[in-house]
Design a protein around this ligand. Structure first.
Ligand SMILES: Cc1ncc(COP(=O)(O)O)c(C=O)c1O
Length: 295
């Protein structure tokens, strides 16, 4: 049974309802986070909640709960779910208001946390790697909407994903209005070239992904050469390795981009970082007594 935390109550997901007049539904006016838990512990919860509060502040949305109340809500839903590991979707809507986009008369927003199972990626993609296309749909330019705002409005990402679906690819990469690589429809992108790990800067139009941050941290810790750098489709086509990162999918190797097969899938850098990522998760989420038993 899937469960939901809705404004303080834990309910079966089928019984969790919000109004049709909520501006989150009417206009995509709201913010959200996708959070994973492992060993019944949320991973990088502070980073996710900070991004949530920063996104809300950027769109002048008051979250009707404090940081510590949301931490407790996340903990409560994890304990209530019967799963050892899973995925949470935390949403804050603008709230109920009259028709019309003006949020001025909206009541307090709803806070929703949905617990879901954690399988987002097919075995085929995990084993063989993902096939990517570069979408014709562009990412909304960072001078129009700051890409750090994780809002409920994903329409151009959805259009890009439909382009991938139309040619039976697994994911679409969005470029910005200048033709530079930004990210996938729900993930960040990394390439490896000449043993150096590269990912585009957030200022080119990528979400500041939590998983992206962990990978950059691990690269630093392991002494792997890495750089944040503007990338073009040419860089992707000529990469030695490529992989995607995101909370839902974790790390996914890429085997093909617009019909060009990459040299290595999974590559050496992917394997190293993938193992380090798993270890990091265990280190941060395993209870101390279990950590001792598994080492
Ligand atoms: C557009 C976009 N980019 C990147 C990501 C990956 O971010 P994170 O690692 O924080 O999940 C997401 C995740 O939802 C996303 O929606």
């Amino acid at each position: 049974m899937s469960i939901c935390w809705l404004n303080g109550d834990l309910l079966p997901v089928e019984n969790a309802k919000i109004s049709v007049m909520d501006h989150g539904l009417l206009y995509g006016d709201g913010v959200f986070e996708g959070i994973r838990f492992y060993h019944q512990q949320a991973f990088r919860l502070q980073t996710h909640l900070k991004r949530l509060f920063d996104s809300a502040r950027a769109i002048q949305l008051d979250i009707p709960y404090s940081l510590s109340q949301l931490e407790k809500a996340v903990d409560d839903i994890i304990q209530a779910s019967s799963d050892e590991a899973g995925y949470l979707r935390l949403i804050v809507t603008r709230g109920v208001g009259p028709l019309g986009i003006n949020p001025e008369q909206c009541a307090a927003g709803s806070v929703i946390i949905i617990a879901a199972s954690s399988s987002f990626v097919s075995e085929r993609v995990l084993n063989e790697g993902a096939r990517l296309i570069i979408a014709t749909t562009r990412r909304i330019s960072p001078d129009c909407l700051d890409p750090r705002i994780k809002s409920l409005n994903y329409l151009n990402h959805i259009l890009a994903r439909q382009e991938a679906n139309a040619v039976k690819a697994d994911e679409a990469i969005l470029l910005n209005s200048r033709g530079h690589v930004t990210e996938g429809s729900t993930d960040n992108i990394f390439i490896v070239k000449n043993h150096c790990l590269l990912t585009p800067p957030v200022t080119d139009g990528a979400l500041e992904g939590v998983t992206r941050g962990v990978i950059l941290e691990l690269a630093e810790k392991l002494g792997l050469a890495h750089r944040i750098q503007t990338l073009s489709p040419y860089d992707l086509y000529n990469a030695d390795e490529c992989f995607l990162t995101g909370t839902a999918m974790e790390l996914i190797p890429v085997n093909e981009i617009d019909g060009r097969r990459l040299k290595h899938c999974p590559g050496e850098m992917f394997n190293t970082l993938s193992m380090a990522f798993k270890n990091q998760i265990d280190q941060e989420t395993l209870a101390p007594e279990l950590k001792r038993a598994s080492s």
